[in-house]
Design a protein around this ligand. Structure first.
Ligand code: 5RP
Length: 264
């Protein structure tokens, strides 16, 4: 691996091989999603517990203080909205030149395997990887499913993660699923999990984080399950202990309860 890519990646994935990424890029197709109406206000208290932040360039430029030493994984795909016909119709939305100008540590691109725009998203992804190679910029592949949440099983996600890795992803973001070990075992690059839409309880999100880490995930890239939770700081602190200390689910539950009591 090229030194520049290695160096940038090492800012995101820490020495223990793990990372707590905070996803705040949702506005690129969801607009002002609940609890992210004012991104600066949502992001600021969570930054001290975040290893890497995943925003769009608009949120980065307008809502994140440039003096922060936080590695950025920049959302670089888009081109559709939640009210449009087909979420898979994405293209590259940020030039590599602008990503470098923003001094980001990686760019993120969604691939929609099995969708109407599978070919388009894969070819654009490959183009971004090629450009990334020129500039020493890692590319995160997001295995997106659009509105078809039921697609998220181990057979499908293993296919997506493996394809993304084969096509040059430095790391992959996917969903947790039953038999998640199968996804991890067949993917030769680090895998982080998204939280997906807000789960019923905070404990559900902690449980998938614990299981994913136990099964070999490199960490999480969670959004809504952190900043839409009752106490986002308590939640991210607990997720951090799961990711970097490997605390089991029961301990994570107790930790979250304890932190919440203290902040109440
Ligand atoms: C959208 C994304 C989001 O960053 C992702 O969904 C992560 O956030 P959440 O945990 O809220 O799902 O990649 O495609």
């Amino acid at each position: 691996m090229d030194w520049g890519i290695k160096n940038r990646l090492s800012r995101i994935i820490k020495k223990d091989g793990r990372t707590v990424m905070l996803a705040v890029d949702h506005g690129y197709f969801l607009g002002p999603v609940s609890k992210l109406e004012d991104p600066a206000k949502t992001i600021k208290p969570l930054l001290p517990y975040t290893d890497a932040l995943m925003p769009t360039r608009g949120v980065l430029r307008n809502c994140v203080d440039a003096s922060n030493d936080i590695p950025i994984v920049l959302r670089a795909s888009g081109g559709n909205s939640i009210i449009g016909e087909d979420l898979s119709n994405e293209e590259i939305t940020v030039s590599m030149k602008d990503a470098v100008r923003l001094n980001v540590s990686a760019v993120a691109f969604s691939v929609y395997i099995g969708s109407k725009h599978e070919h388009q998203t894969l070819i654009n992804f490959a183009k971004l990887v090629d450009e990334g190679m020129e500039y020493g910029m890692p590319v995160l592949a997001v295995t997106a499913v659009g509105k078809e949440l039921e697609k998220r099983d181990a057979r499908y996600l293993s296919l997506c993660c493996r394809m993304a890795a084969e096509m040059g992803a430095s790391f992959v973001k996917t969903y947790y699923c039953e038999d998640f070990g199968k996804v991890i075992k067949s993917c030769p690059v680090p895998v982080v999990i998204a939280g997906g839409p807000k789960l019923k309880t905070e404990y559900d999100a902690l449980e998938i984080a614990c299981d994913a880490i136990k099964l070999g995930a490199a960490g999480v890239d969670m959004g809504r399950n952190i900043w839409q939770s009752e106490d986002p700081v308590a939640m991210i602190k607990t997720v951090r202990a799961i990711v970097h200390e490997g605390i089991p689910f029961k301990k994570a539950q107790d930790m979250l309860k304890g932190l919440r009591k203290r902040s109440a």
